[in-house]
Structure formats: structure tokens, C-alpha cells
Design a protein around this ligand. Structure first.
Ligand code: COA
Ligand code: NAP
Length: 283
């Protein structure tokens, strides 16, 4: 790795602190990880930010971090699988901060499991959180997005288009999200509402990578990334801010892959390691 590649950089710092001034963002899963990274990027670009998740304490801690960045912040806990609770969280955000102009569907669940062994409820749980949760987010943000001619951003994953062992539930859910994104771009375009997806690659310091690299190890993952490293939450946040605000004004129905190129390479290293360690089988 060259010195230039190792240099700590601040992609959000290249964006104007007024880029999202006047915008109100609602972010599911915004209490942690990549989605909190997106919330912080929005806050640094001048948006008011509402976050949603199941855990009140996690939301409160994240809200403190966002307020420290100068943002007006709101949160109300909800499970994205529960339409009434999620609608209440979205309406609460709008009451506190104003009409929502950016909705981000980022909440998700993931674990490795063999397709033939996981229970129907295990499969359904991931589809419910990822796909139904994304639909609920767009559905209940719609009245606000219609008034603001806003934007919805779906946080997807490479599993949506690249086949993997032990990820059938995630692949089905994320692939569904990609088509939902395109359908809404067509159906809501006449209202001025834009709909896009962002596909992160392996991002450092996240629960997702803690789960996915637990068996195969970080180095195996990094070798699979053409750029040779994990991405940062800030790199995802910066792209989300570009797509969700005026810089993305003519972008809709598009999938943005921010993955260091891993979507182009084999996932065999993961399957072999998972088989060895997780399922304790000889290969
Ligand atoms: N392997 C196989 N099945 C699993 C599993 C695993 N590792 N983890 C959970 N399940 C099954 C459960 O057994 C249950 O099925 P059952 O009722 O037939 O036994 C079903 O999935 C639901 O599990 P439960 O723990 O009740 O769900 P939950 O709603 O409390 O939690 C999860 C959802 C399972 C996705 C949980 O991991 C979670 O909350 N994840 C959020 C964080 C995360 O995944 N971050 C990474 C984002 S990419
Ligand atoms: P994370 O920190 O675990 O993010 C998931 C968030 O969603 C948590 O804040 C969680 O909070 C919330 N959540 C989970 N289930 C929920 C539910 N039913 N209702 C409401 N909120 C719920 O994981 P992450 O790794 O940063 O992943 C964030 C997003 O990026 C996901 O969409 C994931 O698929 C995507 N992604 C991640 C990577 C990666 O490298 N990490 C790569 C590709 C894509 P509570 O538990 O408090 O509810």
C-alpha cells in the first residue's frame, strides 16, 4: 500500500457545509455504523437529522454526537417492521424538524446461514427488516417527500447482484430493494421525488463487517478488494450527501456502488472460511 493510499482523508470536508442547508433527513438505522456515518455527513453539510432504530439508548448517544456537529436532531425509537411505529417516528421527526426532504432506508440485519437449514422465520426476519422496512420508510416519508420534492436513498449491498453462499436471505431482500428503488423512481418521478440506492463495500468499524469477517478475517476480505482496503463510513456518508442533495438533482433510479471494486471479484474466500469455521466441516 502506498503512502498516498494510507493518508487519512476527510471526503466530507470537500463538501460545502451549506450543501444540505434547509434539508431535513430521516435515517433508519441511524444510531450506528454506516447509517450514523451518513447522518454525520448530512449534519456536517447543514441538514437537520432524524434517526430511528429499535434501541433508545443507542439513538440518544448518536443524537449527542450529531448535535455536537451543530445539527438540529430528533429521534424516536421504532422497529422498521412495525408500520405504525415507523410512521410515528417519521411523523415525530417532521413535527420536530420540519418536512422531511431526504429519507434514508438503512436498517438491516445479517447473519451467515445455510439456505436449507435456516428457519423460515430467519429468512423472513431479514426480508422484513431490509425490504419491508425499506418500503415502510419510503411509504410513510412519501407525503413529506412529495411536498419537498425530496429524495429517498436505499442502503443496499453487493449481495443484491453478486451471488454468495449463506446469504440467500440477504440477497433476496437487497435485490428486492434495488427493484423497489427503480419502481419508485418511475412512479414518484412525476412528483419530483428521486429514488436511488447506495451499495457500500466492506466498511471498517461496522457491525456488518464484524459479522461477515468473523470467520474469514479482515485480511482475506481486503485481498478481495481491488483497492486493497476497507472503505470508511465517511466515504459512504460523502456519497450519500452528494446523491441526496442538489448535486444529485438529475440522478434517479440509479445504483451507486462505493465498494473499492469488490463487487467485481470472487467471494470464494468468504465461503471457504465460513465453511471451515462456522459450520466446522472439512473442505
Ligand atoms: N443463524 C440462523 N438463524 C438465525 C441466526 C443465525 N445466526 N440469527 C437469528 N436467526 C433466526 C432466529 O433463530 C429466529 O428464527 P426462529 O424464530 O425460527 O428461531 C429468527 O432468525 C429471528 O431471530 P431473532 O433473534 O428473534 O430476531 P430479531 O428480530 O431479534 O433480530 C437479527 C434480527 C437476527 C437480524 C439480529 O441479528 C439483529 O438484530 N441484527 C441487526 C444488526 C445487524 O445485523 N447488523 C448488520 C447489518 S448488515
Ligand atoms: P449496523 O451498525 O448494525 O446498522 C444497522 C442499524 O439498523 C442499527 O443501528 C440497528 O439499530 C438498526 N436496526 C436493525 N434492525 C432494525 C429494525 N428492525 N428496526 C429499526 N432499526 C433496526 O450495521 P452496518 O454494518 O453499519 O450496516 C448498515 C447498512 O449498510 C445496512 O443496510 C447494511 O446492509 C449496509 N451494508 C453494510 C456493509 C458493511 O461493510 N458494514 C456493507 C454493505 C452494506 P438497533 O439494533 O438499535 O435497532
Amino acid at each position: 500500500m502506498t503512502e498516498a493510499q494510507e493518508t487519512v482523508h476527510d471526503p466530507i470536508g470537500y463538501l460545502s457545509p451549506e450543501l444540505l442547508k434547509g434539508h431535513v433527513a430521516f435515517i433508519t438505522g441511524g444510531g450506528s455504523g454506516i447509517n450514523l456515518g451518513i447522518a454525520k455527513a448530512f449534519a456536517r453539510c447543514g441538514a437537520a437529522v432524524a434517526i430511528c432504530g429499535r434501541t433508545e439508548e443507542r439513538l440518544a448517544a448518536a443524537a449527542t454526537e450529531l448535535e455536537a456537529l451543530g445539527a438540529r436532531v430528533a429521534y424516536k425509537a421504532a422497529d422498521v417492521r412495525d408500520p405504525e411505529a415507523l410512521q410515528a417516528s417519521i411523523d415525530h421527526a417532521a413535527e420536530q424538524l420540519g418536512d422531511i426532504s431526504i429519507a434514508v432506508a438503512g436498517a438491516a440485519g445479517n447473519f451467515f446461514a445455510r439456505a436449507e437449514e435456516m428457519s423460515p422465520n430467519a429468512f423472513r426476519t431479514v426480508v422484513d427488516i431490509d425490504l419491508m422496512g425499506a418500503y415502510h420508510t419510503a411509504r410513510f416519508a412519501f407525503p413529506y417527500l412529495q411536498r419537498t420534492r425530496g429524495s429517498v436513498l436505499f442502503i443496499s449491498a453487493g449481495q443484491a447482484y453478486k451471488a454468495n453462499k449463506y446469504q440467500a436471505h440477504v440477497g433476496a431482500a437487497k435485490a428486492g430493494i434495488e427493484m423497489l428503488m427503480k419502481d419508485l423512481a418511475v412512479e414518484w418521478g412525476p412528483y419530483g421525488i428521486r429514488s436511488n440506492s447506495l451499495v457500500p463495500g466492506p466498511i471498517s468499524g461496522t457491525e456488518g463487517m464484524a459479522r461477515l469477517a468473523a470467520q474469514s478475517g479482515d485480511e482475506a476480505w481486503k485481498r478481495a478488494v481491488p483497492l486493497g482496503r476497507y472503505g470508511d463510513k465517511e466515504e459512504i456518508g460523502a456519497m450519500a450527501a452528494v446523491l441526496s442533495g442538489p448535486l444529485g438533482a438529475y440522478v434517479t433510479g440509479s445504483q451507486y456502488i462505493v465498494d473499492g471494486g469488490i463487487g467485481l471479484t470472487s467471494s470464494a474466500h468468504v465461503s471457504e472460511a465460513v465453511e471451515r469455521e462456522l459450520f466446522r466441516t472439512e473442505q
